[in-house]
Design a protein around this ligand. Structure first.
Ligand SMILES: [Zn+2]
Length: 86
């Protein structure tokens, strides 16, 4: 059995492999939000499927805010513009 690191989507709570998910990271120092950040960005992260439903769920229920421990609204759709499949 090979061990693959799975991540949980905050929208649907399904476990998926890293490359099937969008990684959303809040930078520790700047508090900026990065989508699929490079390796120089360190901070709390959450994962979402490349899926409109999961994004809606995460925004509507503020799951993404809870996961990232931030209060401000995130313009996730703006940030994800062009990153979604379909
Ligand atoms: Zn999902």
């Amino acid at each position: 059995m090979t061990k693959e690191s799975l991540r949980k989507c905050v929208g649907c709570n399904e476990l998926k492999s890293r490359n099937e998910l969008i990684k959303i990271t809040v930078d520790n120092s700047s508090k900026e939000i990065f989508i699929n950040p490079n390796s120089k960005t360190f901070g709390r992260s959450a994962y979402l499927c490349y899926n409109q439903n999961c994004i809606e769920q995460a925004l509507k229920k503020r799951k993404i805010n809870r996961a990232l421990k931030i209060a401000a609204n995130i313009d996730l759709k703006g940030l994800l513009n062009g990153q979604l499949k379909g």
